[in-house]
Design a protein around this ligand. Structure first.
Ligand code: PLP
Length: 449
């Protein structure tokens, strides 16, 4: 363990998200000190190539001076403005309007949060309020996908379908239900796109039938499931699920916390299939990690359903002190400008074929069973036997060995417990950055063979 004085302080006082606390106490923290472009530097002075954009969020790369200036100027002018009592601030209003301009046309109204979890949680609360307001109080059941991730709040963690988020937490709640994920590599009925789409739609219809259409509020999904292992469904899947929800009178909520803001090519993954959701949840790339912020976007029908049915003088009992925080909003406005006029969205689109080809080339590696990607979001799935797709024995802790080897090779990506390696390079990556990424990744895989 490093002898850096902060390591002991960290062990004694700072609780980290999503780690095994005992393992963390033994291993110690790796302190990140600075970043520039696609590169991070740690406290030992080691420069690391970040192929995960922090936690799939720093889409514009590190050290973007114009974002720093936007935050500093807003902080100097007015660091905080409450949204309560009918107050507001210019950057928050402009950011809401800009988001509506960029988002699918169905979405007209924006509620800002501090991140993705409270945005998913807010979406659930708004939906509940909507059905209570519009005289359909029985519509309280929520459906999401197995392996889905919708944050760590109590309600959101119940829609999340990763066992570790439930263990010892008493969720999911009885009104939270799951249907199988579209997982082409391991779909029991095969990887044919039409079959996958048909099975998902049938599973949704069957679940709604089982619960009763009058009892089902909404279906939540990620266009590509990120934390569940970067599961890329066939083109047409999202649209088919959207259409099924309309037919079943169930609200369609798309969680674009990872897939938004150029991660998969277009500004939002919905755009690729002309999908118009009832609600959309965003975070991460909205401020690219320079300040915390998330948002729920909702259709006019949902917003009006709540607004038009309110008893006079009674507020909607949902709010956060830092909702629409002006500094985060100023950051968001500049980050959106970098994607658009700043050319980063176009750069990400231009570089994506190199990234996707690099992953596909690794299918020749003895460890790699599957390579999947869309835009700059991708994964490799490592298997013990390529012919029958057998997973590695968890006791081997291969993913931990990979994480250690990756650090030695000065590369950052995410090695999930089931030996899926997730990649989300920043939209500012150059051709040289990709060459270096694949050189270091290949070396890492060779070392753990
Ligand atoms: N939804 C999705 C799809 C996510 O990937 C995440 C985080 O990874 C969240 C929600 C939760 O966001 P946050 O970690 O900002 O609370």
């Amino acid at each position: 363990m490093s002898t850096h004085p902060l390591v002991a302080l960290d062990r004694d006082h700072l609780i980290h998200p999503l780690v095994n606390y005992q393992a963390h106490e033994q291993r110690g923290v790796t302190i990140l000190e600075s970043g520039h472009g696609a590169y991070l530097r740690d406290a030992q002075g080691t420069e690391l190539l970040d192929a995960f954009s922090g936690l799939w969020c720093v889409n514009v790369g590190y050290g973007q001076e114009s974002v720093v200036r936007a935050a500093a100027e807003q902080m100097r002018k007015l660091p905080y403005a409450t949204g309560y009592f009918h107050f507001g601030s210019e950057p928050a209003i402009r950011l809401a309007a800009r988001l509506v301009e960029l988002a699918p046309a169905s979405l007209r109204h924006v509620y800002f949060t501090l991140g993705g979890s409270d945005a998913d949680d807010s979406a659930i609360r708004f939906i509940t309020h909507y059905y209570n307001s519009t005289g359909r109080p029985a519509k309280k059941h929520f459906i999401s996908l197995e392996r889905g991730y919708h944050g760590s709040s109590t309600m959101g963690a119940g829609l999340t379908a990763l066992a570790v988020f439930h263990h010892h937490f008493d969720v999911p709640l009885p009104q939270q239900h799951k249907i199988p994920s579209p997982y082409p590599y391991r779909n029991p009925a095969g990887s044919d796109p039409d079959t996958i789409i048909r099975t998902s739609v049938e599973a949704l219809r069957a679940k709604v039938r089982e619960l009763g259409q009058d009892n089902v509020a909404a279906f939540f999904c990620e266009p590509i499931q990120g934390s569940g292992g970067v599961l890329v469904p066939p083109k047409g899947w999202l649209k088919a699920m959207r259409d099924a929800c309309r037919e079943l009178d169930v609200l369609f909520v798309v969680d674009e916390v990872i897939t938004g803001f150029g991660r998969t090519g277009p500004m939002f993954a919905c755009e690729a299939e002309h999908v118009e959701p009832d609600l959309m949840v965003v975070a991460k790339g909205l401020t690219a990690g320079y300040a915390p912020m998330g948002a729920v976007l909702m259709s006019d029908a949902v917003y009006r359903g709540i607004a038009d049915n309110m008893p006079a003088g009674v507020p909607v009992g949902h709010g956060h002190t830092y909702s629409a925080h002006p500094v985060s909003a100023a950051v968001g406005l500049e980050v959106l400008r970098l994607y658009t006029e700043g050319g980063l969205l176009a750069n990400g689109q231009a570089r994506a074929p190199r990234f996707e080809q690099g992953l596909r080339d690794l299918l020749a590696h003895p460890l790699v069973g599957d390579a999947r990607s869309r835009g700059l979001l991708g994964a490799l799935e490592l298997v013990a036997d390529k012919a029958d797709k057998t997973r590695f024995d968890p006791a081997l802790k291969l993913h931990e060995r990979i994480a250690v080897a990756a650090y030695r090779n000065r590369l950052v990506f995410r090695a999930f417990g089931d030996n899926v390696l997730g990649f989300a390079p920043a939209l500012c990556y150059t051709a040289d950055d990709f060459d270096l990424m694949f050189e270091r990744l290949t070396r890492t895989l060779d070392e753990v063979l």
